[in-house]
Design a protein around this ligand. Structure first.
Ligand code: SAH
Length: 219
């Protein structure tokens, strides 16, 4: 296993630096977020056949019609949540490969992540064990309903796009907490940042984006 890490690690150190530099040029300034991207072995979150492309700033297929998010998006969403300091509980909807959760796990006491496709969740869970990441809890369910057992969350990150923000997610957000997610029809999605205040919710639009759709039910 060591040679597996070392072998790919050696050849990819320069490509990782190139990725971090590109993210910086695109406006990611949080040094801790850039460090997390630099250190996380993204090649382990994709199929071996795609490992050589894993430090490019692109989404890649992970099976079941899903994709591992583009590193820029992961960095942007993480940065938006951690801007106000370290977080206690973070909910992620859409575990997929587990990459976003693994990055987020460095900024939160506990990351709770929910996925509707069981084989993806199983693979991600194994990877967290292999990487010795111990503060991620996984749950097989339709994340449209959030994960009510652990609410409220100081951060919520959704990595698939619904047409409208699910009410349950707004309700499970702590006062002072932040929710970052893509919203809208395919081709017209926007990345929004919602902050919950004493009196309600504030909404900012960050970027035009393209995510896979948030679907209902489990498979
Ligand atoms: N965060 C992932 C991105 C995966 S793509 C990563 O870093 O790799 C988005 C994921 O959201 C897919 O795996 C998809 O199955 C999942 N998803 C879509 N709708 C969902 C829902 N209602 N509940 C939970 N997961 C959902």
């Amino acid at each position: 296993m060591i040679s597996e890490y070392r072998g790919i690690g050696m050849t990819s150190q320069r490509t990782r630096e190139r990725l971090v530099k590109r993210l910086e040029e695109q406006g990611i300034h949080n040094v801790s977020v850039l460090d997390a991207i630099r250190q996380m072995p993204r090649h382990l979150f994709v199929d071996e056949a795609l490992a050589s492309r894993s430090y490019e700033d692109i989404a890649l297929p992970i099976g079941h019609g899903q994709t591992i998010s583009q590193p820029y998006m992961v960095a942007r969403m993480t940065e938006a949540l951690v801007e106000t300091g370290p977080l206690n509980k973070v909910l992620e909807v859409g575990t997929g490969s587990g990459y976003q959760a693994a990055i987020m796990s460095r900024f939160a006491d506990t990351v709770y992540t929910v996925e509707r496709i069981e084989p993806l969740l199983t693979r991600a869970r194994r990877l967290f064990v292999k990487l010795k990441i111990r503060n991620i809890r996984v749950h097989y369910s339709d994340g449209t309903w959030g994960w009510p057992e652990n609410e409220p969350y100081d951060g919520i990150i959704v990595t698939a796009a619904p047409v409208e923000i699910p009410q349950a997610l707004l309700q499970q957000l702590q006062i002072g907490g932040r929710l970052v997610m893509p919203v809208g029809q395919q081709g017209k999605q926007k990345l929004v940042l919602i902050s919950r205040t004493e009196s309600g919710y504030e909404r900012d639009v960050l970027n035009q984006v393209s995510f896979v759709p948030l679907l209902s039910g489990t498979i």
